[in-house]
Design a protein around this ligand. Structure first.
Ligand code: 4AD
Ligand code: MG
Length: 468
């Protein structure tokens, strides 16, 4: 077989490669379908670079019958052939095969992706193979595009990419949802004289866990480099089996010195709009596919978010609206309780019909580090609420006063001694500063139009499930 340089299918279909019709070229990929008759076969080949397939046309009289028989859905092949203009609809070019090699067969009886139209639930059970489908190809290409857009956004705005540790001793959100990290023998845990677990004998010499947020260490970056962002995995052992929660999810956490809550809201709104616009501008084929298959209003909704100002509103005002709502909620709402997803979606989808940024939440339902308002009851928190998603961003201005911060830590039982490194930001050269966290998978839910968070991450981690 002739050793030709491989051309990626996206370059063929988008005409980016300097192609001459009539030239012999090489493509490699996985067979999506093979159809045809006694004299001719049409192979739809996909290499992951784009949602569309290239059609490889095989004149059966020129090929060994057994070879063609072994080319089935899911098989991986290399094909040399002449590039010709296509007669068929929906494709500009196709390949008339001259030589074919099979890299790997896929057994017809056991390859699970034989026919189209599997349910998303079924595909979740074969998460190792689902990227081979159109749906998950589109989603994971978009996941990449969003990750790239995020780095580009912050780099262009002169933020520094900052790496917070994944293993830590501090519970940033104080919700007690941390996964412990230990090398101790669980069948023989060392104990102190008074019968407690002796963490001094553990790997780090103290109790540690996977981080729920990179914020606390991020603040140290902001208080020296000015503007930083983190972008990494975070872990929460919360037992919430919902379509919006993962036990392992990725978060983007910008943190900025000299930003107050208004600056923080401006950044959050601009940032999300940039990401959504990036998807509209760069993921057209994948978006159109997902719109056709799953969500007829997807592109319209994305455009709507880019074009409209977000509503900005105090928590107290939101509670008034919810108390007057012409709808029964499953969870009762009152001043002082945290909003459930149904309340958030009522505000966004029914009342304002726009994304909403809620600020000034009661201090009791928010973390210790948030800046305290003069009223003694609320803090400079902000949550960005989105259609279909509910909370997509959580953030705040941070308490910069050492005294107030320490008092709040005492009230909430946050250990000050172990957090002394964090308090040093307030001891030495403290400054007003703010930040927020965007849940990467929640952003992906929004831009892909999918409705279950398990479908926007390659290998989801949820309670009772850590397969693959
Ligand atoms: O509101 P959260 O808990 O805020 C923080 O962690 C702050 N330390 C962020 C900061 O100010 N730097 O989480 C932030 C966002 C949420 O708005 C949501 O989008 C996402 O992270 N998130 C989750 N996404 C998927 N699965 C979960 N279990 C999530 N928990 C939070
Ligand atoms: Mg939150």
């Amino acid at each position: 077989m002739k050793d030709l340089k491989r051309i990626e299918i996206i370059d063929l279909l988008q005409g980016r490669a300097t192609l001459e019709i009539g030239k012999e070229i090489c493509v490699k990929g996985w067979v999506r379908t093979k159809r045809g008759n006694k004299s001719i076969a049409f192979i739809a080949l996909n290499d992951g670079t784009i949602i569309h397939n290239i059609q490889v046309v095989v004149d059966l009289s020129k090929f060994d019958e057994d070879l063609i028989k072994r080319i089935t859905t899911g098989a991986c092949i290399r094909a040399n052939g002449t590039l010709v203009e296509s007669m068929g609809q929906g494709q500009s070019v196709e390949i008339q095969a001259t030589e074919i090699e099979i890299y790997g067969e896929a057994d017809v009886d056991t390859y699970p992706l034989q026919k189209k139209g599997h349910t998303l639930e079924f595909l979740r059970e074969i998460a190792h193979l689902r990227p081979r489908t159109n749906t998950f190809g589109a989603i994971f290409r978009m996941r990449h595009a969003m990750a790239y857009a995020i780095h580009k956004y912050y780099n262009d705005k002169r933020f520094f990419y900052w790496h917070s540790p994944l293993i830590t001793a501090s519970d940033c959100e104080g919700a007690g949802e941390m996964f412990q990290v230990t090398t101790m023998d669980l069948n023989n845990i060392p104990k102190t004289q008074d019968g407690k677990i002796d963490f001094s004998q553990d790997f780090y010499g103290k109790q540690t866990a996977l981080t729920v947020s990179g914020q606390l260490e991020g603040e140290l970056g902001a208080m020296s480099l000015g503007k930083i962002y983190t972008f990494g995995p975070t872990f929460r052992a919360e037992n919430s089996n919902t379509p919006r929660h993962l036990a392992e999810f990725w978060m983007i956490e910008p943190e900025m010195a000299f930003y107050d809550l208004n600056d923080n809201m401006d950044l959050a709104e601009d940032f999300i709009k940039y990401c959504v616009k990036y998807a509209l501008d760069n993921c057209k084929d994948d978006l159109e596919f997902l719109q056709n298959m799953y969500d007829k209003e997807l592109i319209e909704r994305l455009n709507f978010v880019v074009e409209n100002d977000f509503i900005r509103l105090k928590y107290t005002e939101a509670i008034d609206i919810l108390l007057k709502a012409d709808q029964k909620f499953e969870f009762p709402i009152d001043w002082g309780t945290d909003l459930q997803s149904e309340h958030e979606r009522y505000l966004v989808e029914k009342h304002f019909k726009k994304p909403v940024i809620l600020i000034d939440y009661p201090k009791e339902i928010k973390a210790f580090y948030m800046k305290q308002n003069e009223d003694g009851k609320t803090v400079r928190a902000m949550d960005v609420l989105f259609p279909k998603i509910g909370e997509i961003i959580g953030g705040s201005q941070r308490e910069e006063s050492l005294e107030k911060l320490m008092k709040r830590m005492d009230e909430m039982g946050v250990p000050k001694e172990e957090m002394s490194w964090y308090l040093d930001t307030r001891r030495f050269g403290s400054a007003p500063h703010s930040g927020f966290g965007l849940g990467f998978e929640r952003l992906l839910l929004f831009v892909t139009g999918m409705s279950n968070i398990r479908d926007v991450i390659p290998f989801p981690r949820t309670p009772k499930n850590a397969d693959f």
